[in-house]
Design a protein around this ligand. Structure first.
Ligand SMILES: N[C@@H](CCC(=O)N[C@@H](CS)C(=O)NCC(=O)O)C(=O)O
Length: 217
């Protein structure tokens, strides 16, 4: 198999998901930084990789992938151990529900490009960004909290092993902290966050471990 390359920005929560996923599968990869803080994602080099001008981008097995959930599903399809989804259909559905709240409901409205546009439209500066984030993020996190059944049989989102749900949740929790979201109303999310922090793949993927950089994610 050829080398794996991740076009990455440490604080990008979508890229953070993929770093966790690669680590959980025990893979090694080369990182090519794309500096979102200076707008490198909009440059010709990166647009040639991803016409959307977004990170992450993953080169793997002789192909180029965009979209973090597609990357995670590809990893799971091609390298099934350990699995990113549990066997039982109900638990699989629950893991997907949580992942989708984050990746499809919370993240798209909290993306750095969206924030920049909110700021430009409102002229509200950093205060408008903060207000926007604090409006949308807790609503989504409340949806996740409600799905973290205390009887789920383990410290992770759907039981004894991390799944796609945890892979999506932990970067979102990181992002929530960055924006000063009060996590006190979400005790189950905080417990999952603690459990994941003990796992090497999650710890190694943390933005502070990857490289310090400015910019939204
Ligand atoms: N749905 C995409 C979202 C990718 C995305 O929005 N990436 C953000 C960082 S988390 C980005 O590159 N933002 C730069 C910009 O909007 O200019 C995925 O899951 O990969």
């Amino acid at each position: 198999m050829t080398a794996i390359t991740l076009y990455d920005f440490p604080k990008s929560s979508a890229a953070y998901r993929v770093r966790i996923g690669l680590g959980l599968k025990g893979l090694t990869w080369r990182t090519v930084p794309v500096d979102l803080a200076s707008g490198a994602q909009r440059g010709a080099d990166h647009r040639a990789r991803n016409a959307q001008g977004l990170v992450p981008v993953l080169d793997i097995d002789g192909q180029r992938l965009t979209q973090s959930l597609a990357m995670l599903e590809y990893l799971d399809d091609t390298r099934p151990d350990p699995p990113f989804l549990p066997d039982a259909p109900r638990a699989r559905a629950r893991a997907r529900q949580i992942a989708h709240i984050i990746a499809m409901d919370i993240h798209p409205v909290n993306n750095s490009g969206v924030l920049a546009h909110v700021e430009a439209l409102t002229g509200g500066g950093e205060a408008a960004r903060i207000e926007w984030m604090r409006h949308f993020m807790p609503k989504g996190l409340a949806g996740v909290e409600a799905l973290l059944d205390p009887g789920r049989g383990g410290p992770f989102c759907v039981g004894p092993a991390p799944t796609l749900a945890d892979i999506c949740l932990i970067p979102q929790v990181y992002n929530a902290r960055r924006w000063g979201i009060d996590l006190a109303p979400f005790p189950h999310i905080r417990a999952v966050d603690l459990a994941c922090a003990d796992l090497p793949a999650f710890a190694a993927a943390h933005p502070d471990r990857v490289a310090p950089q400015d910019g939204a994610g």
